[in-house]
Ligand binder design. Structure first.
Ligand SMILES: *Cc1c(COP(=O)(O)O)cnc(C)c1O
Length: 239
């Protein structure tokens, strides 16, 4: 007997409570179920519950699991309870030589943090005739080993990405540091939100710039309070 339905129910309740505190609507927040630590049976169980935004942080795993899930959905086409379409999110660091493999599979890439990577995506997308949606990953924690463009360089990079015709920049992504200090976590998320509004206000980005991907199992309530529109949650569901 699995505890996944119970865990998801509790997660949805906690999300709703955080939304109420922040005077926000749960419908305005997208839950991306991060499957990197889950077995395929567990992933299919989540899909059977109707969740169809799934995230992986490694390319090989993304390709493998997305093919397995697609096969399952195809086999159960007549089941009205199952989602018809699965949207995959690439949430981890992306190497340029993997871009071409990822593009046909993903609905959103959360981890664009250099111009060279954005240019690679643009070039591959042109050849594949795709228009991938991407987020700019920002390093709001100032941890040197972390991926993400530094906050001070983010606006300029966004301007450059906006000139690339084949990719659509639709928002920002950030990760808070691993700490129990909620003030530190909140400061990271608040910085991302401020940057997001700055970019919109200064018209560096277009009307499609609507997403703030932040919040994981340990910090999603704070992320909701600070304006997250996409949560990336794994261990709260599967661990
Ligand atoms: C693993 C991962 C998550 C989910 O983390 P949990 O703590 O399991 O919820 C979110 N975002 C990224 C980039 C990840 O690698």
């Amino acid at each position: 007997m699995t505890r996944i339905p119970e865990r998801i129910k509790r997660l949805e309740e906690t999300i709703a409570a955080a939304c109420a505190r922040a005077k926000r609507e749960p419908a305005d927040i997208r839950l991306v179920v991060v499957t990197k630590s889950a077995e395929i049976e567990q992933i299919l169980e989540v899909v059977r519950l109707g969740y169809n935004h799934l995230g992986e942080n490694r390319v090989q795993q993304l390709k493998k699991v997305s093919a397995q899930v697609a096969e399952f959905v195809e086999q159960h086409r007549d089941d009205p309870a199952l989602p018809k379409e699965i949207h995959w999110h690439m949430i981890g660091h992306l190497q340029r030589n993997k871009v071409r493999q990822v593009l046909p599979v993903v609905s959103l890439i959360h981890s664009v943090d250099t111009l060279r990577l954005a240019e690679e995506i643009n070039g591959s997308a042109a050849k594949l005739n795709l228009q991938p949606r991407v987020l700019l990953q920002v390093n709001t924690s100032h941890e040197p080993q972390k991926y993400g463009v530094p906050v001070g360089a983010a606006t300029h990079l966004a301007e450059q990405i906006e000139t690339l015709p084949y990719l659509k920049l639709i928002g920002l992504m950030t990760m808070a540091p691993l700490t129990r200090n909620k003030d530190v976590i909140r400061a990271c998320f608040a910085r991302a939100r401020e940057l997001y509004y700055e970019m919109r206000g200064e018209k560096i980005v277009g009307d499609q710039f609507t997403e703030l991907s932040m919040g994981m199992s340990s910090d999603y309530e704070i992320a909701i309070e600070e304006g997250a529109t996409i949560l990336r949650i794994g261990s709260a569901i599967f661990a």
